[in-house]
Design a protein around this ligand. Structure first.
Ligand code: FAD
Ligand code: NAD
Ligand code: SF4
Ligand code: FES
Length: 810
């Protein structure tokens, strides 16, 4: 087995940990992961700090991945450790507490530092930023003692901080350098409407104000401005922008501009060192919102997992202010640079403002105030870049307005396009949410969050998600419950096989992770099924997972009701010889085999064998395994045929032996039995076999889908052929088609009934299709070895047969 590579992440924040989550899903066993986080907390939702301050959430609600998550995922977390050095030559990092970690791949996700204005008095007590839990706690604490707060910066962060402080009962003044608020997201009209609304909530604004000094003794007492005026303040929050945290990278010689310079695969100038999140600069842009950072993380994870990706191409961003009672949306180009046109709608009575910005026939930006319900739709159009020619006015007035004076929210949701992004932070579309509700059994917003991540970041899309729940929950109840292959997953066999192929999943564990198994370890139904599907899809590279097989297949012998085993050597076509019989008899005597029996499939069964005697008996028999225990080709039964029988028209024995030698050891979804009869009298009972061959004058009839067990089913005639070669070709293509399309544990009799004989005939009617199937079955067969011989030849494998190593699960 390959040794795991070492992945080190610096920064236990939103972007870095999201990327690690993806890596864990895509390649669960590829990396040994170590995370350093300067903050003494598990990964939390920084965005929600605004809500904690404003009373909309509790500090304990904002944890994204708790301590257990790291443990359960085998991730070493050094919380409260700041990495102080990256040694790119020695490929290791060192923390301020002296912990070193070597890496094969390093991800820098150090986020940003809040920009602190270098003002005289900026070091006084009560002057803080708003970036982390500590800042939030400081504000919560200060509000208990102090009354007057000043927030410097009227951007998104400043206004959300101000709203929180207002909620905590403080008098809040917002000092802004520009002549209107949020000038990086809004035009002046929207900003003025916003200001009026926030003033109505109790905020005071000082615009076009340049702070000159922070006054006070030990603790801040107030602010002095460049125009000579002053205000009182015993808490000052600076929210004047952020700076990518690049010091560590720069000191390590990694190329740094405003952020750490990365290519489309998030790789820095030093190979094997990546950067993601706010600290990274991609094509000249360092982003400060989670949506683009999560997109970056998804690309980086693919890169680290070795999954093909086109790379990150940059993002168009949109923002929503998280202040209750105020709806503000801004997406794409919010101002109107030369070459663009805009359409506006302004309703001072209801306090609604809308602007869309067009470049040619494309929508490039939108600003909404008072009614942001069309934000998601407009943003989807901005991102898609499709032509909106002729629809401009409709877009401006929006779906929220119709001739009757407004459509219902449900009708609006229903009218949303399937690919429209509902959760901007996590890039989750309407159809993905619909799928979660209808097929994955999600019945609450929490379920949808767990399943798709929608609503798990800023929470702004929660009303939409709730609306979609209302819209589809009825469907989910009415729709037939979709049956997964077991209780661990809602996915059916075809979806699983398609996903394994599409995403190149290579192990049982990886498949369960990536496809979101409800139970991490799976169960006795899905584990062997996945083991089979993976082996079928990747015959040349997949290593059979013994622990995913039932006891019979792990021990290569059938366990009997008294705990003993049976030994059935392969006897091709049911034809043996005196010397072979002697050998079997000697072994049976030597090991005190209580019963020797001829089976229904013309084999000799040595029953009542002790587990510890199995390897020695196999060695002494020196015959191949008869696979009487496996989901595999079991027997090819033959009649005497033309060699001795006077009715025989063809040599059924030779035909049967050839088929058995060609397909022995073949792994199949369920057991497979063949038979060959030398004439239509059919003494080998070929018409109750999975693949039955019946000789006729000048050729052979090929029958499929028979069963002689509990549910007896006579075969269907597949076709008639002339030569033995054709028999082998049809048998191979039929068996491979069955292998590729049946459910695990589904006998051909059930499968043929389910898919219909016509579908099978159609799939095999063209010679080139048959040959392609034959080629694939041959690839699989080439890789098989005799399991008894493998065990005899391996001391390690033989240990499993020692008396104490009883199987735990059957
Ligand atoms: C109050 C607030 C509200 C926000 N609201 C929104 C919103 O509504 N929508 C939105 O899209 N975005 C919002 N953001 C921005 C969003 O939170 C950030 O874009 C996002 O958290 C950035 O993720 P990151 O992983 O790059 O950085 P961070 O989440 O900051 O993580 C970086 C981590 O690295 C650690 N670190 C730094 N240096 C080292 C070192 N040398 N060693 C070890 N650890 C180190 C830091 O302590 C930090 O924990 C908001 C931000 C704040 C502060
Ligand atoms: N709802 C959201 O999406 C949300 C909420 C909070 C934070 N954030 C993100 O967090 C980051 C930080 O937010 P931010 O608001 O600090 O950054 P910002 O750069 O968006 O806004 C800073 C504001 O401070 C003003 N300013 C600059 N210097 C000033 C001075 N000397 N005096 C007064 N005002 C001054 C600027 O004019 C600007 O409007 C951003 O990336 C932002 O996108 C997003
Ligand atoms: S099937 Fe025909 S050839 Fe075979 S043993 Fe019976 S009678 Fe003879
Ligand atoms: S839009 Fe932010 S969580 Fe969905």
């Amino acid at each position: 087995m390959n040794e795991r590579r070492k992945l080190v992440l610096i920064g236990n924040g939103m972007a870095g940990v999201r990327a690690v989550e993806h890596v864990r899903k895509l390649a669960p066993d590829a990396y040994d992961i170590t995370i350093f986080g300067a903050e003494p907390h598990p990964n939390y939702n920084r965005i929600m700090l605004s809500s904690v301050l404003a009373g909309g959430a509790d500090m304990k609600d904002i944890v994204l991945n708790d301590w257990d998550w790291y443990r359960e995922n085998g991730i070493r977390l050094h919380a409260g450790h700041t990495v102080v050095k990256i040694d790119t030559r020695g490929r290791k990092v060192v923390s301020d507490r002296g912990v070193e970690a070597e890496y094969d791949a390093l991800v820098i996700a150090t986020g940003s530092d809040p920009f602190m204005l270098p003002l005289p008095g900026a070091d006084k007590q009560g002057v803080i930023a708003f970036r982390d839990i500590k800042d939030c706690e400081t504000m919560l604490e200060a509000s208990k003692t102090y009354k007057k707060a000043a927030v410097i910066g009227g951007g998104l962060l400043g206004l959300e901080a101000a709203r929180g402080l207002l909620h905590l009962g403080m008098d809040v003044s917002v000092i802004h350098i520009h002549h209107y608020l949020m000038e990086r997201q809004l035009d002046e009209t929207a900003a003025k409407m916003l200001q009026r609304e926030l003033e109505a909530q109790g905020m005071t604004f000082l615009l076009r104000k340049q702070t000159e000094a922070i006054v006070g003794k030990k603790r801040v007492k107030g602010l002095r401005f460049a125009d000579g005026s002053e205000i009182e303040a015993d808490l000052v929050v600076m929210a004047v922008g952020i700076r990518p945290n690049v010091g560590l990278a720069k000191a390590a010689g990694i190329e740094v501009n405003r952020g750490i310079v990365v290519d489309d695969f998030m790789e820095t100038s030093v190979p094997g060192v990546y950067a993601v999140g706010e600290c990274a600069e991609h094509r000249g842009i360092a982003y400060g919102l989670v949506a683009p950072l999560y997109e970056q993380g998804a690309v980086l994870a693919k890169r680290l997992a070795g999954v093909a990706t086109d790379g990150y191409k940059g993002s168009v961003t949109s923002t929503k202010l998280k202040v209750s009672g105020v709806d503000v949306f801004s997406g794409g180009q919010y101002d109107e640079p030369p070459g663009t046109r805009s359409l506006r709608y302004q309703d001072e009575v209801d306090g609604v403002y809308k602007k869309i910005v067009l470049a040619g026939d494309k929508l490039v930006g939108a600003v909404l105030f008072g009614d942001t319900s069309d934000g998601a739709k407009l943003f989807s159009l901005i991102r898609s870049g499709e032509s909106v020619a002729g629809k401009e006015k409709e877009l401006l007035l929006g779906l929220s307005f119709d001739k009757a004076g407004g459509t219902s929210p449900a009708a609006r949701l229903a009218a949303m396009a399937d690919d429209e992004i509902v959760c901007g932070c996590n890039g989750v579309s309407k159809s993905a949410i619909a799928e979660a509700i209808r097929s994955k059994g999600c019945a609450t917003v929490g379920d949808i969050k767990a399943c798709t991540k929608a609503s798990g970041s800023c929470g702004g899309c929660k009303p939409l998600v709730e609306g979609l729940l209302g819209l589809y929950a009825g469907d989910a109840a009415a729709a037939p419950v979709k049956e997964g292959i077991c209780g661990c997953t809602p996915l059916g066999r075809d979806e699983i096989v398609a996903e394994i192929g599409r995403m190149g999943l290579k192990t049982v564990k990886e498949t369960m992770h990536v496809l979101g198994w409800r139970q991490e370890e799976g169960c006795s139904k899905c584990r062997p099924a996945l083991n089979y599907y993976l082996g079928m899809l990747w015959p040349e590279e997949y290593v059979d997972e013994k622990e995913s097989r039932f006891a019979n297949e792990r021990y290569h012998a059938n366990i009997q009701k008294d705990g003993t085993y049976s030994v059935v050597p392969r006897i091709y076509g049911g034809v043996t010889s005196p010397s072979e019989l002697k050998k079997i008899a000697e072994v049976a005597e030597k090991y005190d085999v209580p019963m020797v029996k001829i089976t229904g499939g013309q084999r000799i069964d040595l029953l009542g064998v002790k587990k510890e005697d199995l390897p020695a008996m196999w060695a002494e028999l020196d015959m191949p395994s008869g696979y009487a225990y496996g989901k595999a080709l079991r027997t090819v039964k033959t009649c005497v045929g033309s060699t001795f029988c006077r009715f025989g028209t063809q040599d059924s024995i030779a035909m049967g032996i050839r088929l058995e030698k060609t397909f022995e050891r073949l792994n199949t979804p369920a057991k497979v039995k063949l038979a060959v009869s030398g004439c239509p009298r059919n003494c080998a009972e070929a018409t109750i076999k999975d693949f039955g061959v019946v000789a006729i004058d000048g050729g052979w009839e090929l029958h499929v889908g028979g069963n002689g067990g509990v549910h007896v089913r006579a075969t269907d005639l597949l076709c008639t052929v002339k030569t033995e070669d054709e028999v082998v070709e049809w048998a191979g293509s039929f068996l491979q088609y069955y292998r590729e399309n049946a459910n695990w544990n589904e006998r051909t009799s059930v499968w043929v009934e389910r898919v219909g004989l016509d579908a099978v005939k159609k799939a095999l009617e063209r010679k080139e299709d048959r040959l392609a199937l034959v080629e694939r079955i041959e690839t699989t067969l080439r890789r098989t070895t005799d399991p008894w011989k493998d065990i005899i030849g391996s001391e390690e494998l033989r240990k499993n047969f020692e008396p104490l190593s009883e199987p735990q699960t059957v």
